[in-house]
Design a protein around this ligand. Sequence first.
Ligand code: SAM
Length: 268
Amino acid sequence: MDKDSLLRYTRQNLASWDEAAPLHARINRHLLQEVQNAHYSNLDTHLTRLLLETIDIKGKSCIQICCNNGIDLISLKKKGAGYCLGIDGSQQFIDKAQTLSAAANLKAIEFQCHNIYELPETFLCQFDIALITVGVLNWMPDLPHFMKNCASVLKKGGQLVVEEIHPILSMYVEDETSYIGASYFDKKPFEDENGLDYFNHVKYKAKKNYWFHHTMSDILMAAINVGLHLTYIEELPENIGNYCADLEHTEHNPPLGFVANWSKLGSL
Ligand SMILES: C[S@@+](CC[C@H](N)C(=O)[O-])C[C@H]1O[C@@H](n2cnc3c(N)ncnc32)[C@H](O)[C@@H]1O
């Protein structure tokens, strides 16, 4: 994708995220108290096992890409990670993340506002672990370029850890009983003006945002092509993204999410 289109799509999406931030903050008021708990964690069992048992994040430098209000990175820090940096392209969410990490009274954790497609060069090869959690890949108009930037911030041997909504869900239309209504291979950007209140599923007249569908092979090939070596992948039957959640309990249930871990082979 050419640079102009890439920036047009992502800047428009980020304006839509900025608009949603105050709404999310109202819904998430309880977090200000919760993050003060020494054992606070927003990470589910799959991600916790991967990060603590398979990788061992203790003392390692971590970057969370598209960190939103920072609660996953705050959780990682509480579990013993070293220096932590959260980046997100929405200044509004970065402000929330800073407020929450101050409430949690944590040291050596920072949050900065950057579009993932416009990262500063100072981030190159700086981190042991890069983390991406639920609800990120579909905002990326150009997945190969996104993966390249994720790999670029890792040191040689660094780990990329991803927990995401399973790409097969792009075939489903969400409803009381969600149903198949789209091709798995549809590449048209999905446009929406109903807002980003995915907590309450309340629609509001919002700035337009754009979604992009990537298949599982798009994700795996984007990683292979930038020198990332897949060391673990697991498809998950649980509702991890609050999208088409009813499918978790259907007899012929599709995977709803996946967790994966890649290791960076080279130094660039
Ligand atoms: C659904 S949240 C996912 C993060 C986290 N797992 C969560 O559930 O809060 C998606 C985040 O990606 C950020 N984002 C979307 N496009 C981005 C871009 N091009 N660069 C940086 N951040 C971006 C949004 O601002 C938003 O905070």
